[in-house]
Ligand binder design. Structure first.
Ligand SMILES: [Zn+2]
Length: 311
């Protein structure tokens, strides 16, 4: 590492009169003023605000204001918000700003003032932010933001970011929450546009498409047949029952009519073939002959089928 890095330039050890002098003719003033925070490059209001807060803190450091706590405080965030309001208003509401600064003649000459904003009686507060002189000024129990909402243009990208931020935060009560603090013309139209591009809102309003149902089999629509002519059977359980002083298991043997959707329930003592045949006999005695019986491939059903075919 060289000495210049560790010890600084040599001329600093000399008297100030002996320091090398460079003519100022070589310097050029920058005439163009560029915004430090390009709002068009941000996708969220939160990020834009945080970056602005960092810029504010950096400006403090340049001015020699030292802070003990390096974390961003609420006071820095409030300053950043004011900076952003001024920036947005200067970008999109220049003639209204002139009007608010009581340069009414200039404003009338330019004739570009939005009548909606002028009707809100804009004025510049002590921080240079344009606010509305609303009619509820005497409602002292309301905070200053509600009594004098900040005027923001509807055609600015940062305003749209702000609306989207509120939309993500408050969902359906977003208009109310925004109007507590801001006056934005055409707010509802802007919100509709935000909702249109919001994935979660799209999911909420989306309607499920039911699957196309297949044609019913012939046995389901066979009219003029006694109930249970075409039936299905299945087991449910086991269920614990109290028998004397014991707890035993029982199953439900459920028969359903495919045409009328009527049901018949028998109690099965076990899952065996014999137990099912008993249930089936009871069912036949009560409901009459069955033309076709459907079931799954349960061992008791297959066993019963084989037994009935052989006998
Ligand atoms: Zn949404």
């Amino acid at each position: 590492m060289n000495d210049r890095w560790m010890q600084g330039p040599q001329f600093l050890y000399m008297k100030e009169e002996d320091w090398p002098y460079t003519s100022r003719e070589n310097y050029h003033a920058i005439s163009e003023v560029v915004s430090v925070i390009p709002t068009s490059k941000f996708e969220s209001w939160g990020k834009l605000l945080r970056v602005t807060a960092y810029v504010c803190r950096y400006m403090d450091a340049l001015r020699g204001i030292k802070r003990e706590n390096l974390a961003l405080s609420s006071e820095v965030f409030q300053r950043a918000e004011r900076v952003l309001y001024r920036h947005i208003q200067a970008e999109s509401l220049l003639s209204e700003l002139e009007f608010a600064a009581s340069l009414r003649k200039v404003a009338k000459k330019t004739a570009q003032c939005s009548s909606i904003i002028l009707s809100m009686k804009p004025y510049l507060n002590e921080n240079g932010v344009m606010r509305s002189m609303s009619r509820i000024n005497n409602a002292k129990w309301l905070n200053i933001y509600t009594r004098h909402p900040v005027i923001l243009p509807d055609n600015n990208r940062a305003t749209r970011l702000l609306i989207r931020h509120y939309h993500d935060k408050f969902r359906h009560i977003v208009v109310n929450e925004i109007r507590k603090k801001y006056f934005i013309p055409k707010l509802r139209q802007l919100l509709i546009r935000v909702r249109k591009h919001c994935f979660r809102c799209k999911m909420n309003v989306a309607k499920a498409t039911p699957p196309e149902m297949a044609i019913l089999p012939e046995v389901r629509v066979s009219a003029f047949t006694p109930p249970f002519s075409y039936s299905t059977v299945d087991y449910g359980g086991p269920f614990d029952i109290v028998h004397g002083r014991k707890i035993e298991k029982r199953w439900i043997c459920l028969f359903t009519c495919l045409v009328t959707r009527a049901i018949h329930i028998e109690i099965a003592y076990t899952c065996s073939t014999d137990s099912f045949i008993l249930c089936y006999r009871n069912f036949l005695c009560r409901r009459g002959t069955v033309r076709k019986m459907f079931s799954d491939r349960g061992t008791n059903f297959i066993g019963a089928e084989k037994l009935l075919k052989t006998t």
